[in-house]
Structure formats: C-alpha cells, structure tokens
Design a protein around this ligand. Sequence first.
Ligand code: AHG
Ligand code: MN
Ligand code: MN
Length: 333
Amino acid sequence: MVINRKIQTLDEFTIQQMRDFPNATGELSGLLRDIGLAAKRVHVEVNKAGLVDILGDAGTMNVQGEEVKKLDIFANNQFMGVLRHGISCAGIGSEELDDVVIFDDDISNQSKYVCLFDPLDGSSNIDVNVSIGTIFSVYRRVSELGKPATKADFIQEGIKQVAAGYVIYGSSTMLVYATRRGVNGFTLDQSIGEFTLSHSDIKCPDKGKIYSVNHGNFFRYEQKVQDYIHLCQKKDKENGGPYTQRYIGSMVADVHRNLIKGGIFMYPGTTDKPKGKLRLMYECNPFAFIIEIAGGKATNGNQRILEIVPTDVHQRTPMFIGSKLMMEEMESI
Ligand code: AHG
Ligand code: MN
Ligand code: MN
C-alpha cells in the first residue's frame, strides 16, 4: 500500500533519502537529526530572548577578538552537546572554540563525520530582535576510523563537504541543508515541534534584483568592487534593473533571502581588512556549497570559494555569492 503523505518531517525525509542508498549507514541522517534537535533548543531560547537573561554580552572575547554574546555560548554548547552525545560525529570546530574539539571516545572514534559550526550568526542582531542563524558544514574524515579524529579532518577544501546547511531563526524558524542530491528547506512546525519539508529542491534564480553589501565600507573597498556597486546602482529597466539594496547584517538571513529570491551578497576585503570578515570554514564554504548545488556561484573575487585550500579553521576570506548570471556580470568587472 502506498501512503500519500502530505507532510514529511526532517527525520522522515533523511531516512527516505537513506533508503535510496542500499549501503548507507544512516550516520548522516543521525547527524542531521542531532543538529535539528540542537536548533530547536536554540529556537526556544531565541524566542524567549528579552524575557530571560539571555541577551547581551557574555563579557569575554572569542579567539578572533570579537565580543561573545550569551546566546553565542548557549548555541555553541547545544550543538557541541548533542553531537558529543550522539553517535555520528567524531569532533567539531566552531567559531566559539579556539581549537577543534575531538570527542575521542569509543563510539565517536567510529563516526565517519566531523562538523564545523558558526553556532550563532548575526550576533550583533540578537539584542534587537532581528533574524539570526546557525551555519554548519559536514566533512567525511580523512583519518583512520576507530582512532580519534585529527586536525586534518577539519581542514579540507569546501568541495569535499558531504553536506552543509543553516538554520534561520526568523519570522519562522527554518533548517535548510544541501547534499550533492539537492537543497531542501524545512520549516519548524511548532504544533508538533518538528522541522517539516516546506521548500523542496530549492533552486537559486539565475537572476535577481537584490544586491547585499555593507555600504558603510564603500570607500574601503577596492576600485573594482566600487565600480560593480555603481553598476548595481545604475541598472535601468532595459538592463534588468533597477536593483535594490538589502543588507540585514546576518549572513544567514541575507543569503537565505537571495537564495530564494535571486540576488548577490558580498563581503569584500577592505583596505584595513584585506581578507574581509567572514570565515571560510564555517560561513563561506557551507554557503558556497549550498548555493552551487542550488545553481548559483560563490567566489573570493579570484577563485571559487570551494577550491580554496584551507590552512586554519578560523581563516577569513572575501566573499561574493549569489545568482549565476549576476555573479557572471560581477566577474566581468
Ligand atoms: P557572527 O555574528 O557569526 O560574528 O557573523 C556576523 C557576520 C555575518 O553574519 C554578517 O554578514 C556580517 O558579519 C556583518 O558584518 P558587518 O556588520 O561588518 O557588515
Ligand atoms: Mn557568523
Ligand atoms: Mn557567530
């Protein structure tokens, strides 16, 4: 008997995907379930923000010298906690951890994946009730199974990602993840407490009308970037314009919008920070993977993001990402 199910939860979807692969072990499904669980806990806390003492600074700096918020730490602990106690992850790297954490117990050492996280993206928006997110990246270990994971497992090119995704805590909470088979989005149905398939097989439109960049840095961008921004501003109807500028300051929210509507997002290098601000391993690579699977492009201005050979978990890179034809127009400059 075939049951025509109208709704599918994240668990049901990942298990369905697994059933299509006779040799699949279910570890990736387990990993996504764990991430979904931590995301729900963060969602609950984000929704209480303002009522409980979770807003504001934790009073410390992270390894990159940035102020840490209480919610950054809460989110980091939730994701680390579920993955440490789960059976699908051998270790994690995170914006909020100086170094990678190798779980190193009998079960974790048998796990074939490691994860990298930006547990809370858009920290500066936490205190003002603007959309924030979580970004994650999953790699298959290169080290020997049965032994503890190694640093090399985390420092792999983005092209080697097995899966990548994000959670957006917005007007609704959504989890979007990509594997090589496609990008799918799940909206948290609060009545049953489950992420439920709402956006299947997401494709990024080839063209859009949105460009997203921090204009406050305009005079610190290199000339070609300034030229491209001028081109965006001058677009007329005959040439696919006018373009509109949208910049939330939470990469998750900005890129999510552009993924759905079409658009381009940029965080270029500046004269004082030539590598920009965004982190390769847990901000740029996961989004580059998602956008490419959805049909878009992502570069650092010279090179495909996914082909950058990493040297450090916390390294930064300039980032240009979005709709295919808009990216090609930008590249032509
Ligand atoms: P995080 O909160 O994880 O440190 O990341 C913030 C990032 C990113 O989400 C956003 O696109 C960018 O910082 C905004 O930076 P500016 O305020 O410099 O534009
Ligand atoms: Mn971030
Ligand atoms: Mn963050």
